[in-house]
Design a protein around this ligand. Structure first.
Ligand code: F0G
Length: 351
């Protein structure tokens, strides 16, 4: 028997599909929940990392895309469209390729990481770079889907969030309980909405006894939920969450309020510190946006908003390989060594 069947079949009783639909899957989900000793030490908590970069296209988007593309294929329409800061487009392109559907993606020009663009190119998506930001792209994609026979596979398509609930269920299944606090980076706010729905559903069904407090963190230059109003010109090094007007605003508010959670912002510097810390101390390479959950945890912990001893899960939403440009920035080029053992020893200061 083949292994993990992907989230739609693994949680078949909780994720309905249209009658007779062929489930389009690349084996997404079942990602590692990795303990984080260094962060646990720093915060006095029990910190775990939900490593979503381990999904087939390298981000959590695959959990929702398997279901969105399954529905799109079953509907008989031949094409899907999405707006994206990069990861949604990579995921849509891959699942559409698998399903034999045409995929169009609208991305903000010059503001998406190279790895994500490479994925969309190789999976054969029609890539339209727009001279605007993500919010502009989403508006255009919504219009196209309203006026033409293409399915919108952004998280405003409700089935996406049904698939993404699976991450919360996996956390509970792996921990044997719900965490006390769950930290997430927030951009368009679909994921925090989905996690909360997933936790609430498990608690309502008695699978777990409690629900976590949802802590949503945004980049300081793109923090509409923190400020309580849209940001016209969002700016941050964490391009994946460069969103000024989140589509799931009310879902995020509900997650925060119903769970006794909070929103806060992390500066680009704090995000990059967490990015480097995750790679160098925990051995986990993420893209900058993903480090926002950890940057936020450290901020909230430092000012006493995270009780010692809490069980904390931070979702790391996307893989570090998505954005090699940022990873290598500032690394000085060095002269190559001769093929000589003494030169190697000298370079490593072993002598
Ligand atoms: N982290 C990463 C790596 C993302 O790509 C995104 C969203 C988020 C966090 C935030 O999740 O939008 O559900 O609040 N990326 C979208 C995209 C906008 O187009 O790929 P959210």
């Amino acid at each position: 028997k083949a292994g993990w069947p992907g989230v739609v079949k693994a949680y078949a009783s909780r994720i309905p599909v249209p009658d007779g639909a062929e489930v389009i899957t690349l084996g997404e989900g079942n990602t590692p929940l990795v303990s984080a000793p260094y962060l646990s030490e720093l915060t006095g908590c029990e910190v775990h990392l939900k490593v979503e970069g381990a999904n087939p296209t390298g981000s959590f988007k695959d959990r929702g895309m398997t279901l969105a593309i399954t529905h799109a294929k079953a509907s008989g329409l031949q094409a899907v469209i999405c707006a994206s800061t990069g990861n949604t487009s990579a995921s849509a392109a891959a699942y559409a390729a698998r399903a034999g559907l045409t995929c169009a993606v609208l991305v903000p020009q010059g503001k998406i990481a190279m790895g994500k663009l490479a994925q969309a190119v190789r999976h054969g998506a029609r890539i339209l770079q727009v001279s605007g930001n993500f919010d502009d792209c989403l508006e255009l994609a919504r219009k196209a889907a309203a006026d033409y026979p293409v399915t919108l596979v952004n998280s405003v398509n409700p089935v996406r969030l049904v698939g993404q609930k699976s991450a919360a269920w996996e956390v509970c299944d792996m921990l044997g309980r719900a965490p006390d606090i769950h930290c997430l980076p927030v951009g368009n706010a679909g994921n925090i909405t989905a996690y909360w729905a997933g936790y609430a559903e498990y608690a309502a069904d008695g699978v777990v006894e409690t629900t976590p407090r949802m802590f949503g963190f945004q980049a300081a230059g793109a923090a509409p939920l923190v400020h309580g109003e849209p940001v016209d010109e969002p700016e941050t090094i964490a391009t994946a969450i460069r969103v000024g007007s989140p589509a799931s605003w009310s879902g995020a508010e509900k997650a925060k309020n119903a769970s006794g959670g909070l929103f806060d912002a992390a500066t680009d510097e704090q995000i990059m510190d967490a990015y480097r810390l995750l790679a160098s101390r925990e051995g986990v390479f993420v893209e900058p946006a993903s480090a926002t959950s950890v940057a936020g945890l450290l901020i909230a912990s430092a000012d006493g908003r995270v009780p010692k001893g809490s069980v904390v899960v931070c979702t790391l939403t996307g893989h570090g390989l998505k954005d090699p440009g940022t990873a290598l920035e500032g690394n000085i080029e060095v002269e190559p060594l001769p093929v000589d053992a003494d030169a190697v020893a000298a370079a490593l200061e072993l002598t």
